[in-house]
Design a protein around this ligand. Structure first.
Ligand SMILES: C[S@@+](CC[C@H](N)C(=O)[O-])C[C@H]1O[C@@H](n2cnc3c(N)ncnc32)[C@H](O)[C@@H]1O
Length: 484
């Protein structure tokens, strides 16, 4: 949620919005449909957002932003002022550096009115205290925050450039430099503000045809999603002031040759909010990346198990692939991963629909007797993944172990949540209370998934749909794409 707390200068909130729109429209090539309006949605906990002033038809252009106005490495003077190649830092760190530079230029930056409408405080997990993070209990999201690796990347890649160029990066807060304890802390904070803006606001900008540089490999805490492509990133004014809310998506950004164009993808009625699409992400990820949670994302909630969790439930002494022949065999056949995600089941889903085939392959391998496994090793073939009684038993044990890692029960959390929710609007919660509520929503979602899976296992056991054993031969080439 973006509440008043995220916009410290809330007195001039509307004035900043007006100045931003005035600045935006004064830029050559910008087109803004008079049917839209930049609205103050703080009363519903959503900061700024875009709302329809009058009815809008499907396909209608909402606004168009020329590529030259995107706050991006390509459009900033910085790349001509530094001896090194800024883009070589990779999409995240290069944009972070450019944003620090532009921000420190104050009124001299081309994007000053834009910076003024961007928040400087966040509820993303990067900014949560240890006590607040503890409220997420056993959620796997806690291990994905990556604060330490982000700090390391900033200190090793950004800090040396900033410190070597004080004329380009003037120290703030009365500091004489970004050296020393205070200077380092200030620089880290500034970099995290920019990193958080990139995470929640930036777009992946499609490369132009003549730009076919190899992507850089990055590993900072703002880049924890494997599926995220290393496209160049850019902050697209106005496009990033659209909120999102799962199935309420009614607009999409189209990347055209000269501009980025936001269009309505559905008819939008007067007074309706215009929503972009942040993707089908679980509430845990919504919180990590965007710092807000709404129940509309509950259907995307998941539960995650690490390889270590599974090996422990199976009674293996460790999850070290080199010392565990069963893991080795799966790895050899490209069936092993660090962890698995099980989605929240829909009402008509069966276990086969929701369990990843590789997870069932692991459960099956771990459930084999020493003799059965010996046979597999001799044939150099993993067993055919199947959800038989032993595998179901192991999965059940795994679910129970996971549940025991959450400090409170689902019933307790539900009660706590209802006591936290004010009668009018959740937006009224501020600071730690809002964070506690969001943590509760996340852990409730995960516990619900656990409970639903336990229910499905019990049903399968009682209706006899689980087999006694698995002994079919298995062709691993087919198993990669097969459903169990
Ligand atoms: C791309 S920005 C959208 C503009 C933002 N509302 C602002 O005022 O700057 C993304 C941020 O908006 C907020 N947000 C987006 N959708 C929201 C929603 N449905 N409810 C509450 N906050 C939302 C979150 O704080 C998120 O990190």
């Amino acid at each position: 949620m973006s509440s008043s707390a995220h916009f410290p200068d809330s007195q001039s909130f509307q004035q900043q919005s007006n100045e931003f729109v005035f600045w935006l429209e004064a830029n050559p090539g910008v087109k803004v449909n008079p049917k839209i309006l930049l609205a103050d949605l703080r009363s519903s906990g959503a900061g700024r957002g875009v709302v329809a002033r009058s009815n809008i038809s499907e396909g209608e252009e909402l606004f168009s932003i020329p590529r030259t106005l995107i706050l991006a490495v390509q459009n900033s003077q910085l790349k001509t002022l530094l001896p090194q190649d800024v883009e070589a830092l990779g999409p995240w760190l290069s944009l972070m550096l450019v944003m620090i530079y532009e921000y420190l230029q104050g009124n001299q930056s081309r994007w000053t009115p834009y910076f003024r409408v961007l928040p400087s405080r966040f509820d993303t997990l990067m900014f949560w205290s240890q006590a607040e993070l503890a409220e997420l209990q056993a959620s796997a999201i806690v291990d994905k925050i990556g604060k330490q690796s982000a700090d390391e990347s900033i200190l090793s890649s950004i800090a040396p450039i900033v410190r070597a160029n004080p004329n380009l990066f003037p120290p703030i807060n009365g500091l004489s430099s970004y050296e020393g304890e205070n200077g380092t802390a200030t620089l880290l904070e500034l970099a995290h503000v920019m990193g958080s803006l990139i995470m929640a606001y930036a777009f992946d900008i499609e490369k132009s045809e003549d730009d076919d540089d190899e992507p850089e490999d990055e590993n900072d805490g703002y880049m924890t999603d494997d599926e995220e492509e290393q496209l160049s990133k850019g902050m697209v004014p106005l496009a990033d002031l659209l909120n999102a809310d799962a199935d309420r998506n009614n607009a999409r950004l189209y990347q055209e040759e000269e501009s980025l164009v936001m269009k309505a993808i559905k008819p939008i009625q007067e007074g309706e909010e215009i929503f972009n699409d942040y993707g089908e992400i679980p509430r845990a990820d919504l919180l990590r990346r965007y710092g807000y949670v709404t129940d509309n994302y509950a259907s995307f909630d998941v539960i995650e198990f690490s390889l270590a969790d599974i090996c422990q439930a199976a009674g293996l002494p460790n999850s070290d692939v080199d010392s565990q022949p069963r893991l080795q065999l799966l790895e050899k056949h490209d069936l092993l991963d660090d962890g698995w995600v099980i989605p929240r089941p829909s009402p008509n889903d069966t276990l086969e629909d929701i369990l990843p085939m590789e997870l069932v392959a692991l459960l099956t391998t771990l459930c084999q007797s020493p003799e059965e496994f010996e046979q597999r090793l001799l044939k150099n073939k993993p067993p055919k993944p199947s959800m038989d009684t032993p595998q179901a038993g192991l999965l059940y044990k795994l679910l129970q172990a996971k549940q025991s890692h959450y400090a409170t029960s689902l019933a307790h959390d539900m009660q706590l949540l209802s006591s936290l929710t004010p009668p009018q609007a959740s937006a009224e919660l501020e600071g730690s209370s809002r964070r506690l509520k969001m943590a509760l929503q996340v852990r409730i979602g995960e516990k619900e998934v656990l409970q639903a899976l336990q229910g499905m296992l019990s049903t399968s056991a009682s209706n006899g749909s689980l087999k006694r054993s698995a002994n079919d031969d298995h062709d691993s080439r087919q198993s990669k794409s097969a459903r169990v």
